[in-house]
Design a protein around this ligand. Structure first.
Ligand SMILES: C[S@@+](CC[C@H](N)C(=O)[O-])C[C@H]1O[C@@H](n2cnc3c(N)ncnc32)[C@H](O)[C@@H]1O
Length: 218
């Protein structure tokens, strides 16, 4: 296993995290044991963050012990790998509007005690700002709405100054008429209100019409 970033490993072009709960799978992923340590394979076709890692992301936003704000957690596929990376000392506050998805995430949070599910519209930061006694170290968003960058900017208030963030932008949800890069460029203009742009990663072939924008809070 080669270390790709803190808590993220690779071998033969596959990406892995160390399993926080050895022996347990979350979404049917492959488990691999190397020198007594169990790793979970991270599927780039099911996780935009993993797709970005495989497409040349230059910096990872997650680290051991981090407090994470995760917007659009769904059932917890990617969240489970973030949970592996941040470890027992970290916390992921997982926001999603879907009660059905959050039921599954709540079951996952019973096993993985560094996950904290919050059922809310991510546009309504007032609903969950009370959970952040101290601001988040990093912030991730994967929400396919028309106003994706706007939602991310609204949540910037919960991220510490200098904290890293990443937003997966689905261009098709914003406009089907405009060129993909034109859509991304418009979203970046909105993000620049609160963030310095560090990198833009095209997620094809793993995810069509998706880009990941890596940012730093101003
Ligand atoms: C593509 S899925 C997220 C997948 C997840 N990030 C993963 O990799 O495992 C998008 C999620 O965004 C949620 N969502 C859509 N609009 C939202 C909103 N306004 N606030 C919070 N969640 C929202 C949906 O319910 C859905 O679960």
């Amino acid at each position: 296993m080669q270390k790709l970033f803190e808590g993220i490993f690779s071998e033969e072009n596959k990406v892995y995290t160390k399993n926080l709960l050895p022996g347990k799978r979350v979404y049917g992923e492959r488990l691999v044991k190397v020198n007594g340590t169990e790793y979970r394979e991270w599927d780039a076709f099911r996780s935009k963050y993993c797709a970005a890692l495989k497409s040349g992301l230059t910096k990872s936003i997650f680290f051991n012990g981090a407090t994470v704000l995760y917007l659009g957690s769904a059932e917890g596929t990617t969240v489970s790998h973030v949970s592996d990376i941040i470890g027992e000392e970290g916390a992921v506050f997982c926001v999603d509007i879907s009660e059905i998805a959050m039921k599954k995430l709540a079951a996952l949070a019973e096993e993985r005690q560094n996950l904290f599910p919050i059922i809310s519209d991510a546009q309504l930061t007032a609903n969950y700002k009370e959970y952040f006694e101290k601001k988040a170290d990093c912030m991730f968003q994967d929400i396919s709405q028309r106003n994706q960058a706007d939602i991310f900017v609204r949540n910037a208030v919960l991220l510490k100054k200098g904290g890293l963030g990443a937003i997966a932008i689905k261009t098709k949800s914003i406009s089907q008429a405009k060129e993909k890069l034109e859509v991304v460029s418009d979203e970046i203009k909105i993000l620049e209100k609160e963030f310095e742009i560090l990198q833009v990663v095209n997620l094809e072939p793993f995810e069509k019409h998706h880009y990941l924008v890596l940012v730093k809070k101003k």
